[in-house]
Design a protein around this ligand. Structure first.
Ligand SMILES: *Cc1c(COP(=O)(O)O)cnc(C)c1O
Length: 387
Protein backbone atom coordinates (compact mmCIF):
# COMPACT_ATOMS: atom_id res chain seq x y z
CA UNK A 1 0.00 0.00 0.00
CA UNK A 2 1.54 3.37 -0.91
CA UNK A 3 1.37 6.25 1.57
CA UNK A 4 -1.49 8.08 -0.18
CA UNK A 5 -3.57 4.92 -0.14
CA UNK A 6 -3.02 4.47 3.59
CA UNK A 7 -3.68 8.16 4.40
CA UNK A 8 -6.91 7.98 2.38
CA UNK A 9 -7.96 4.80 4.13
CA UNK A 10 -7.33 6.39 7.51
CA UNK A 11 -8.92 9.80 6.95
CA UNK A 12 -11.46 9.69 4.11
CA UNK A 13 -14.95 8.47 5.02
CA UNK A 14 -15.28 4.89 3.94
CA UNK A 15 -18.07 5.30 1.40
CA UNK A 16 -16.19 4.04 -1.65
CA UNK A 17 -14.77 0.67 -2.58
CA UNK A 18 -11.71 2.06 -4.32
CA UNK A 19 -9.50 0.13 -6.73
CA UNK A 20 -5.87 -0.18 -5.57
CA UNK A 21 -4.65 2.54 -7.95
CA UNK A 22 -3.58 6.12 -7.23
CA UNK A 23 -3.94 8.29 -10.33
CA UNK A 24 -1.73 11.33 -10.64
CA UNK A 25 -2.14 12.77 -14.15
CA UNK A 26 -3.49 12.15 -17.59
CA UNK A 27 -3.87 13.35 -21.14
CA UNK A 28 -6.92 12.62 -23.27
CA UNK A 29 -7.95 9.00 -22.72
CA UNK A 30 -4.69 7.97 -21.03
CA UNK A 31 -4.29 8.15 -17.25
CA UNK A 32 -1.04 7.70 -15.33
CA UNK A 33 -0.74 6.06 -11.91
CA UNK A 34 1.65 7.04 -9.12
CA UNK A 35 3.86 4.08 -10.10
CA UNK A 36 4.14 5.43 -13.65
CA UNK A 37 1.82 2.79 -15.11
CA UNK A 38 -0.43 4.04 -17.92
CA UNK A 39 -4.07 3.14 -18.31
CA UNK A 40 -6.62 3.57 -21.08
CA UNK A 41 -9.56 5.35 -19.46
CA UNK A 42 -12.82 3.62 -20.41
CA UNK A 43 -14.80 5.21 -17.55
CA UNK A 44 -13.99 8.94 -17.87
CA UNK A 45 -14.73 9.55 -14.20
CA UNK A 46 -18.18 7.96 -14.65
CA UNK A 47 -19.00 9.85 -17.82
CA UNK A 48 -17.67 13.19 -16.60
CA UNK A 49 -14.53 13.98 -18.59
CA UNK A 50 -16.47 14.13 -21.86
CA UNK A 51 -13.42 15.26 -23.84
CA UNK A 52 -10.88 13.35 -21.77
CA UNK A 53 -8.37 14.52 -19.19
CA UNK A 54 -6.76 17.97 -19.60
CA UNK A 55 -8.54 18.53 -22.92
CA UNK A 56 -6.79 21.62 -24.39
CA UNK A 57 -9.95 23.65 -25.20
CA UNK A 58 -11.56 22.94 -21.84
CA UNK A 59 -8.30 23.61 -20.00
CA UNK A 60 -7.72 26.93 -21.78
CA UNK A 61 -11.24 28.17 -20.99
CA UNK A 62 -11.08 27.05 -17.36
CA UNK A 63 -7.61 28.46 -16.64
CA UNK A 64 -8.39 31.78 -18.37
CA UNK A 65 -11.58 32.14 -16.35
CA UNK A 66 -9.92 31.09 -13.06
CA UNK A 67 -7.36 33.83 -13.61
CA UNK A 68 -10.07 36.47 -14.14
CA UNK A 69 -12.81 35.61 -11.67
CA UNK A 70 -13.19 32.22 -10.00
CA UNK A 71 -16.43 32.96 -8.16
CA UNK A 72 -18.74 35.82 -7.37
CA UNK A 73 -22.17 34.86 -6.14
CA UNK A 74 -25.56 34.70 -7.72
CA UNK A 75 -26.14 38.29 -6.63
CA UNK A 76 -24.28 39.37 -9.78
CA UNK A 77 -24.23 38.58 -13.52
CA UNK A 78 -21.30 36.73 -15.09
CA UNK A 79 -20.71 35.96 -18.74
CA UNK A 80 -19.98 32.19 -18.65
CA UNK A 81 -23.19 31.41 -16.77
CA UNK A 82 -25.38 33.50 -19.12
CA UNK A 83 -23.73 32.14 -22.28
CA UNK A 84 -23.97 28.53 -21.09
CA UNK A 85 -27.70 28.92 -20.34
CA UNK A 86 -28.22 30.47 -23.78
CA UNK A 87 -26.31 27.67 -25.52
CA UNK A 88 -28.29 24.97 -23.68
CA UNK A 89 -31.63 26.60 -24.53
CA UNK A 90 -30.74 27.23 -28.17
CA UNK A 91 -29.61 23.63 -28.65
CA UNK A 92 -32.61 22.02 -26.94
CA UNK A 93 -35.51 24.43 -27.33
CA UNK A 94 -35.78 24.67 -23.54
CA UNK A 95 -36.49 28.15 -22.19
CA UNK A 96 -34.61 28.54 -18.92
CA UNK A 97 -31.86 26.84 -16.93
CA UNK A 98 -31.21 26.58 -13.20
CA UNK A 99 -27.57 25.78 -12.40
CA UNK A 100 -26.36 23.72 -9.45
CA UNK A 101 -23.32 21.55 -8.76
CA UNK A 102 -24.22 17.90 -9.17
CA UNK A 103 -26.70 15.46 -10.61
CA UNK A 104 -28.54 15.01 -7.35
CA UNK A 105 -29.01 18.76 -7.06
CA UNK A 106 -30.18 19.02 -10.67
CA UNK A 107 -32.82 16.41 -9.80
CA UNK A 108 -33.77 18.14 -6.53
CA UNK A 109 -34.53 21.26 -8.56
CA UNK A 110 -36.52 19.24 -11.11
CA UNK A 111 -38.62 17.72 -8.33
CA UNK A 112 -39.22 21.12 -6.71
CA UNK A 113 -40.35 22.61 -10.03
CA UNK A 114 -42.73 19.69 -10.71
CA UNK A 115 -44.19 19.88 -7.21
CA UNK A 116 -44.66 23.65 -7.28
CA UNK A 117 -46.20 23.56 -10.76
CA UNK A 118 -48.66 20.85 -9.70
CA UNK A 119 -49.41 22.39 -6.29
CA UNK A 120 -50.37 25.66 -7.97
CA UNK A 121 -52.43 23.98 -10.69
CA UNK A 122 -54.02 21.10 -8.80
CA UNK A 123 -53.66 21.88 -5.10
CA UNK A 124 -51.10 21.07 -2.45
CA UNK A 125 -52.28 17.46 -2.13
CA UNK A 126 -50.85 16.84 -5.60
CA UNK A 127 -47.24 15.96 -4.83
CA UNK A 128 -46.55 12.34 -5.77
CA UNK A 129 -43.67 11.77 -8.18
CA UNK A 130 -43.68 8.54 -10.19
CA UNK A 131 -40.24 7.11 -10.91
CA UNK A 132 -39.05 3.72 -12.14
CA UNK A 133 -37.93 0.65 -10.28
CA UNK A 134 -34.19 0.07 -10.72
CA UNK A 135 -33.67 3.81 -11.32
CA UNK A 136 -30.92 5.96 -9.87
CA UNK A 137 -31.45 9.66 -9.22
CA UNK A 138 -28.85 10.57 -6.57
CA UNK A 139 -27.78 10.34 -2.93
CA UNK A 140 -29.48 13.24 -1.18
CA UNK A 141 -32.44 12.09 0.90
CA UNK A 142 -35.01 13.28 -1.64
CA UNK A 143 -33.23 11.91 -4.72
CA UNK A 144 -32.66 8.69 -2.75
CA UNK A 145 -36.42 8.57 -2.26
CA UNK A 146 -36.81 9.01 -6.00
CA UNK A 147 -34.34 6.17 -6.62
CA UNK A 148 -36.31 2.96 -7.11
CA UNK A 149 -33.85 0.53 -5.51
CA UNK A 150 -34.63 -0.61 -1.96
CA UNK A 151 -31.05 -1.41 -0.97
CA UNK A 152 -30.16 2.30 -1.14
CA UNK A 153 -32.99 3.09 1.28
CA UNK A 154 -32.13 0.78 4.15
CA UNK A 155 -31.25 2.54 7.42
CA UNK A 156 -31.98 6.01 6.02
CA UNK A 157 -35.65 6.11 6.95
CA UNK A 158 -37.78 8.12 6.97
CA UNK A 159 -37.25 9.14 3.36
CA UNK A 160 -38.95 12.10 1.69
CA UNK A 161 -42.60 11.08 1.25
CA UNK A 162 -44.41 11.19 -2.07
CA UNK A 163 -42.47 8.88 -4.37
CA UNK A 164 -43.82 5.74 -6.00
CA UNK A 165 -41.99 3.40 -8.34
CA UNK A 166 -43.31 1.48 -11.34
CA UNK A 167 -41.55 -1.09 -13.50
CA UNK A 168 -39.72 0.30 -16.52
CA UNK A 169 -41.52 -0.49 -19.77
CA UNK A 170 -44.76 -1.35 -17.91
CA UNK A 171 -47.23 1.04 -19.55
CA UNK A 172 -50.21 -0.47 -17.71
CA UNK A 173 -48.40 -0.10 -14.37
CA UNK A 174 -47.74 3.55 -15.16
CA UNK A 175 -51.40 4.13 -16.02
CA UNK A 176 -52.54 2.49 -12.76
CA UNK A 177 -50.05 4.58 -10.74
CA UNK A 178 -51.21 7.81 -12.36
CA UNK A 179 -54.90 6.90 -11.94
CA UNK A 180 -54.56 5.97 -8.26
CA UNK A 181 -52.41 8.87 -7.02
CA UNK A 182 -52.42 12.62 -7.29
CA UNK A 183 -49.34 12.77 -9.49
CA UNK A 184 -47.14 15.89 -9.68
CA UNK A 185 -44.44 14.49 -11.94
CA UNK A 186 -43.14 11.49 -13.88
CA UNK A 187 -39.36 11.09 -13.72
CA UNK A 188 -37.35 8.69 -15.89
CA UNK A 189 -33.84 8.00 -17.15
CA UNK A 190 -33.91 7.15 -20.85
CA UNK A 191 -31.10 4.66 -20.30
CA UNK A 192 -30.89 3.39 -16.72
CA UNK A 193 -27.19 3.81 -16.01
CA UNK A 194 -26.43 2.61 -12.48
CA UNK A 195 -29.31 0.16 -12.93
CA UNK A 196 -27.36 -1.79 -15.56
CA UNK A 197 -27.23 0.33 -18.74
CA UNK A 198 -30.77 -0.52 -19.84
CA UNK A 199 -32.59 1.74 -22.34
CA UNK A 200 -36.33 2.23 -21.75
CA UNK A 201 -38.51 1.17 -24.67
CA UNK A 202 -39.88 3.59 -27.23
CA UNK A 203 -43.42 2.50 -26.33
CA UNK A 204 -42.89 3.30 -22.65
CA UNK A 205 -41.26 6.67 -23.29
CA UNK A 206 -44.06 7.61 -25.70
CA UNK A 207 -46.63 6.59 -23.08
CA UNK A 208 -44.89 8.72 -20.43
CA UNK A 209 -44.94 11.71 -22.77
CA UNK A 210 -48.57 11.16 -23.77
CA UNK A 211 -49.88 10.69 -20.22
CA UNK A 212 -47.83 13.68 -19.05
CA UNK A 213 -49.31 15.87 -21.75
CA UNK A 214 -52.92 14.67 -21.46
CA UNK A 215 -52.99 15.02 -17.69
CA UNK A 216 -50.79 18.11 -17.42
CA UNK A 217 -48.16 16.29 -15.37
CA UNK A 218 -44.58 17.55 -15.81
CA UNK A 219 -42.34 14.91 -17.43
CA UNK A 220 -38.82 14.99 -16.00
CA UNK A 221 -36.03 13.22 -17.88
CA UNK A 222 -32.96 12.58 -15.73
CA UNK A 223 -30.11 13.08 -18.21
CA UNK A 224 -27.38 13.30 -15.61
CA UNK A 225 -25.56 10.38 -17.24
CA UNK A 226 -27.24 10.17 -20.68
CA UNK A 227 -26.91 13.86 -21.47
CA UNK A 228 -24.36 15.94 -23.34
CA UNK A 229 -23.66 13.60 -26.25
CA UNK A 230 -23.16 10.44 -24.21
CA UNK A 231 -25.81 8.39 -26.04
CA UNK A 232 -24.94 9.71 -29.52
CA UNK A 233 -27.56 12.47 -29.46
CA UNK A 234 -27.15 15.74 -27.59
CA UNK A 235 -29.66 14.48 -24.99
CA UNK A 236 -30.95 10.94 -24.67
CA UNK A 237 -34.62 11.94 -24.93
CA UNK A 238 -33.91 13.06 -28.51
CA UNK A 239 -33.77 9.38 -29.53
CA UNK A 240 -37.43 9.05 -28.59
CA UNK A 241 -39.03 11.99 -30.39
CA UNK A 242 -40.49 13.43 -27.19
CA UNK A 243 -40.34 16.88 -25.59
CA UNK A 244 -39.86 16.63 -21.81
CA UNK A 245 -41.00 19.46 -19.57
CA UNK A 246 -37.89 19.31 -17.39
CA UNK A 247 -34.43 17.92 -18.20
CA UNK A 248 -31.79 17.52 -15.51
CA UNK A 249 -28.14 16.98 -16.36
CA UNK A 250 -24.66 17.08 -14.82
CA UNK A 251 -21.72 14.60 -15.19
CA UNK A 252 -20.36 15.21 -18.72
CA UNK A 253 -21.67 18.77 -18.92
CA UNK A 254 -18.80 20.17 -16.84
CA UNK A 255 -16.12 18.10 -18.56
CA UNK A 256 -14.58 17.49 -15.13
CA UNK A 257 -15.70 20.35 -12.91
CA UNK A 258 -18.85 20.14 -10.78
CA UNK A 259 -21.95 21.54 -12.44
CA UNK A 260 -25.60 20.55 -12.60
CA UNK A 261 -28.27 22.03 -14.85
CA UNK A 262 -32.04 21.78 -14.73
CA UNK A 263 -33.58 22.85 -18.04
CA UNK A 264 -37.14 24.13 -18.02
CA UNK A 265 -39.50 24.05 -20.99
CA UNK A 266 -41.97 26.79 -21.83
CA UNK A 267 -44.67 25.21 -19.65
CA UNK A 268 -42.62 25.38 -16.42
CA UNK A 269 -40.16 28.17 -17.25
CA UNK A 270 -41.68 30.63 -14.78
CA UNK A 271 -42.52 28.24 -11.94
CA UNK A 272 -39.49 29.23 -9.87
CA UNK A 273 -39.70 32.77 -8.49
CA UNK A 274 -37.11 34.79 -6.54
CA UNK A 275 -36.37 32.97 -3.29
CA UNK A 276 -37.82 29.61 -4.36
CA UNK A 277 -34.47 27.98 -4.99
CA UNK A 278 -30.79 28.81 -5.07
CA UNK A 279 -27.21 27.60 -4.89
CA UNK A 280 -24.10 29.45 -3.74
CA UNK A 281 -21.88 27.85 -6.37
CA UNK A 282 -24.55 27.32 -9.03
CA UNK A 283 -23.41 28.65 -12.42
CA UNK A 284 -19.89 29.15 -11.09
CA UNK A 285 -17.89 31.02 -13.78
CA UNK A 286 -15.01 28.51 -14.00
CA UNK A 287 -17.28 25.45 -14.23
CA UNK A 288 -19.55 27.26 -16.70
CA UNK A 289 -16.65 28.38 -18.92
CA UNK A 290 -15.48 24.75 -19.14
CA UNK A 291 -19.02 23.47 -19.78
CA UNK A 292 -19.45 25.94 -22.63
CA UNK A 293 -16.49 24.36 -24.45
CA UNK A 294 -18.15 20.95 -24.04
CA UNK A 295 -21.60 21.99 -25.28
CA UNK A 296 -20.27 24.04 -28.21
CA UNK A 297 -18.47 21.02 -29.68
CA UNK A 298 -21.42 18.60 -29.55
CA UNK A 299 -22.61 19.20 -33.12
CA UNK A 300 -23.97 16.71 -35.66
CA UNK A 301 -20.56 15.92 -37.16
CA UNK A 302 -19.07 15.16 -33.75
CA UNK A 303 -22.07 13.07 -32.67
CA UNK A 304 -21.75 11.05 -35.90
CA UNK A 305 -18.27 10.03 -34.73
CA UNK A 306 -19.65 9.08 -31.31
CA UNK A 307 -22.15 6.83 -33.07
CA UNK A 308 -19.44 5.25 -35.25
CA UNK A 309 -17.39 4.39 -32.18
CA UNK A 310 -20.52 3.04 -30.53
CA UNK A 311 -21.22 0.75 -33.48
CA UNK A 312 -17.62 -0.43 -33.42
CA UNK A 313 -17.90 -1.40 -29.72
CA UNK A 314 -21.30 -3.07 -30.16
CA UNK A 315 -20.11 -5.18 -33.09
CA UNK A 316 -16.86 -6.05 -31.33
CA UNK A 317 -18.68 -7.50 -28.31
CA UNK A 318 -21.85 -8.92 -29.82
CA UNK A 319 -21.18 -12.65 -30.25
CA UNK A 320 -17.72 -12.31 -28.62
CA UNK A 321 -16.55 -15.22 -26.49
CA UNK A 322 -17.82 -14.97 -22.90
CA UNK A 323 -20.30 -12.19 -23.74
CA UNK A 324 -24.05 -12.77 -23.25
CA UNK A 325 -25.41 -9.39 -24.32
CA UNK A 326 -24.47 -5.79 -25.08
CA UNK A 327 -26.85 -3.01 -24.04
CA UNK A 328 -26.95 0.77 -24.01
CA UNK A 329 -26.78 3.63 -26.47
CA UNK A 330 -23.91 5.63 -27.93
CA UNK A 331 -20.84 5.49 -25.70
CA UNK A 332 -22.85 4.34 -22.69
CA UNK A 333 -22.44 0.58 -22.94
CA UNK A 334 -23.13 -2.40 -20.69
CA UNK A 335 -21.64 -5.82 -21.39
CA UNK A 336 -23.24 -8.84 -19.75
CA UNK A 337 -20.52 -11.43 -19.39
CA UNK A 338 -20.37 -15.08 -18.33
CA UNK A 339 -17.57 -14.35 -15.86
CA UNK A 340 -18.34 -11.94 -12.96
CA UNK A 341 -18.02 -8.35 -14.20
CA UNK A 342 -15.80 -7.41 -11.25
CA UNK A 343 -13.24 -10.09 -12.18
CA UNK A 344 -13.10 -8.75 -15.73
CA UNK A 345 -12.64 -5.18 -14.53
CA UNK A 346 -9.76 -6.27 -12.25
CA UNK A 347 -8.11 -8.22 -15.06
CA UNK A 348 -8.44 -5.23 -17.43
CA UNK A 349 -6.93 -2.96 -14.81
CA UNK A 350 -3.88 -5.19 -14.53
CA UNK A 351 -3.56 -5.05 -18.30
CA UNK A 352 -3.86 -1.24 -18.34
CA UNK A 353 -7.54 -0.57 -19.08
CA UNK A 354 -9.88 1.07 -16.56
CA UNK A 355 -13.53 -0.04 -16.90
CA UNK A 356 -16.59 0.33 -14.69
CA UNK A 357 -19.37 -1.99 -13.61
CA UNK A 358 -23.12 -1.42 -13.40
CA UNK A 359 -25.01 -4.14 -11.53
CA UNK A 360 -23.77 -7.40 -13.10
CA UNK A 361 -22.36 -5.77 -16.24
CA UNK A 362 -19.05 -4.36 -17.36
CA UNK A 363 -19.83 -0.71 -18.11
CA UNK A 364 -17.94 1.41 -20.64
CA UNK A 365 -18.20 5.21 -20.64
CA UNK A 366 -15.11 6.35 -22.56
CA UNK A 367 -14.43 9.97 -23.40
CA UNK A 368 -16.59 10.97 -26.37
CA UNK A 369 -13.46 11.89 -28.34
CA UNK A 370 -11.43 8.77 -27.53
CA UNK A 371 -9.10 8.20 -30.50
CA UNK A 372 -10.02 5.15 -32.57
CA UNK A 373 -6.62 3.46 -32.15
CA UNK A 374 -6.80 3.83 -28.36
CA UNK A 375 -10.35 2.48 -28.36
CA UNK A 376 -9.30 -0.53 -30.46
CA UNK A 377 -6.50 -1.31 -28.05
CA UNK A 378 -8.86 -1.17 -25.06
CA UNK A 379 -11.51 -3.31 -26.79
CA UNK A 380 -8.92 -6.00 -27.60
CA UNK A 381 -7.88 -6.20 -23.94
CA UNK A 382 -11.46 -6.19 -22.62
CA UNK A 383 -12.51 -8.87 -25.10
CA UNK A 384 -9.60 -11.04 -24.03
CA UNK A 385 -10.61 -10.62 -20.37
CA UNK A 386 -14.21 -11.65 -21.12
CA UNK A 387 -13.12 -15.09 -22.40
C1 LIG B 1 -24.78 10.00 -11.39
C2 LIG B 1 -26.25 10.16 -11.47
C3 LIG B 1 -26.95 10.97 -10.57
C4 LIG B 1 -26.28 11.63 -9.39
O1 LIG B 1 -25.32 12.56 -9.77
P1 LIG B 1 -24.31 13.20 -8.67
O2 LIG B 1 -23.53 14.22 -9.45
O3 LIG B 1 -23.48 12.07 -8.16
O4 LIG B 1 -25.15 13.78 -7.62
C5 LIG B 1 -28.29 11.15 -10.77
N1 LIG B 1 -28.95 10.56 -11.80
C6 LIG B 1 -28.30 9.76 -12.67
C7 LIG B 1 -29.06 9.16 -13.79
C8 LIG B 1 -26.94 9.52 -12.55
O5 LIG B 1 -26.31 8.71 -13.40
Amino acid sequence: MNSITSIDKEYVAGTYGRFPVELVSGQGSILTGSDGKQYIDMGSGIGVTAFGTADPQWLAAVTAQAGKLQHVSNLYYTEPCALLAKALCEKTGMKKVFFSNSGAEANECAIKVARKYSAEKKGEGCYTIVTLKNSFHGRTLTTLSATGQDHYHELFQPLTPGFIHVDADDVEGLKVAVASHSVAGIMVECVQGEGGVIPVSQAFMSACAQIAQEQDIPLIVDEVQTGNGRTGKLYGYMHYGICPDIVSTAKGLGGGLPIGATMLSEKVQNVLCPGDHGSTYGGNPVASAGALTVIQRLDEAFLAQVNEKSQYIFSAFENAEGVEAVTGKGLMIGIKTLKPAKDIVMECMEKGVLCLTAKDKVRLLPALNIPMDVLEKAVTIIKEACK
